[in-house]
Design a protein around this ligand. Sequence first.
Ligand SMILES: Nc1ncnc2c1ncn2[C@@H]1O[C@H](COP(=O)(O)OP(=O)(O)OP(=O)(O)O)[C@@H](O)[C@H]1O
Length: 565
Amino acid sequence: MKKSPLPVQNVQSSDKNVAGKEALVKLLRWHFGHADFRGKQLEAIQAVVSGRDCFCLMPTGGGKSICYQIPALAKPGIVLVVSPLIALMENQVMALKEKGIAAEYLSSTQATHVKNKIHEDLDSGKPSVRLLYVTPELIATKGFMLKLRKLHSRGLLNLIAIDEAHCISSWGHEFRPSYRQLSTLRDSLADVPVLALTATAAPKVQKDVIDSLNLRNPLVLKSSFNRPNIFYEVRYKDLLDNAYTDLGNLLKSCGNICAIIYCLERTTCDDLSVHLSSIGISSAAYHAGLNSKMRSTVLDDWLSSKKQIIVATVAFGMGIDKKDVRMVCHFNIPKSMESFYQESGRAGRDQLPSRSVLYYGVDDRKKMEYLLRNSENKKSSSSKKPTSDFEQIVTYCESSGCRRKKILESFGEEFPVQQCKKTCDACKHPNQVAHCLEELMTTASRRHNSSRIFITSSNNKTNEGQYSEFWNRNEDGSNSNEEISDSDDATEAANSVTGPKLSKKLGLDEKLVLLEQAEEKYYERNKQVKKSEKNAISEALRDSSKQRLLDALTRVLQLLACVEE
Ligand SMILES: Nc1ncnc2c1ncn2[C@@H]1O[C@H](COP(=O)(O)OP(=O)(O)OP(=O)(O)O)[C@@H](O)[C@H]1O
């Protein structure tokens, strides 16, 4: 049921510089129904309401959104939220509107009349919108920056929140070049406080974000990354008769739970989902190979608990706020501890006991090593980051000792083992885990003719189309499908589609989709283009031969260059 908005509270406490806790808690209870603030939420809110920059590091599901949603309700004016995905903005805006909070997002996917209405509101004497979600690409446009300056000059811009701020960092697992341009916000809107939020713990990402956004004397808030309600466990594929059967039995033994199963390849998602359905477990596959209608049906079914299990590639997950996920299973080894932490962290957002199960297989590890090495080779820099990050997750699987400790130490957080309290398989059943590792060593050396478990062969033949989600996230961090972000500016938009993405190894299908998107965006805004040019491109795009594809690509890039001039 929608609530009427609570009148703006007097959040000033006796200390004029700090917003009063009581009034802020009142807003939290009224609008969100939470009894009290969690962790560092209150500190972050008080900092930004008093006008101070803040860098807020909170684990997945820690409650970062509240840190900018409450400030939006605590003062008249607008909070601008920069978000990396259209789907993410849509979800949050929908959820806020259901709570009676005036939130909107601006994106080129919206109908013109919807966008016009939002702009009219922003231009009006007293805008009703409290939270405005936009993409970094829109911020980079001159028109929108002008709008922000006008809002600011009228005293209406309270806060700029950069959600998923690790996207700004080339060290972050979600690197997005367009995020870099957000530094212009500080130049143009110098005195508006900036709140950067992320769940990415690596210290170099943190420094990069603070520097890139030009944060001034920010309050740096770091929460522990420990997720005490998640039980961590590794299962060894090489020691199982059949991993599909094992997973099926595991899910059955847990009852009717809601779970996410991550796979590296789309075909594994499809096969595994068929297998689970065949043994009576309601499941569906989700990956970028499905069309968007199919994906949203699968997502809706899972969110509404019509389907119990979603078997997905890493294209799935960012921005999904399903609280009752009881298990996240990695059916193939993830590419880093960071990815593993983010993905497994989607379990137990309601803080109730949940499980992370990683199926580790030596073949999977070799495949991932091959993919990562390829990705390193394609980069101009000589960075060895992906493979060294990967070693951490391999160590997590291949060595004895507390799993929780290994996760936290990889983020630079000390963790005394006794605090684990048997909430990982290695602490609960140390002998069993040690035995498995011994067996794995013997099996692996027999099968792979090596005395070490750690094998670094690169002879795998892979079908790279299978890994488009992997590549996309690995190279520029954005998801592989069209839900990335967008722009209202033709050149920006098309560049964000073509530029960074085409530099990486994509399958033919993906390239065609990107070219089509670029072309569409170009024509959408440049109606005067010559008919012959349009035909040439359309014809080339219909043809999937490599040479024609290359010609089409060149053509689109030339057209875009013209627009830029
Ligand atoms: N103070 C609170 N008390 C109880 N629940 C809360 C509180 N703050 C947030 N939550 C709930 O915690 C869940 C996670 O919040 P939110 O989506 O903001 O997390 P997040 O840190 O942005 O996570 P992610 O990085 O995964 O997106 C939500 O369901 C939210 O309603």
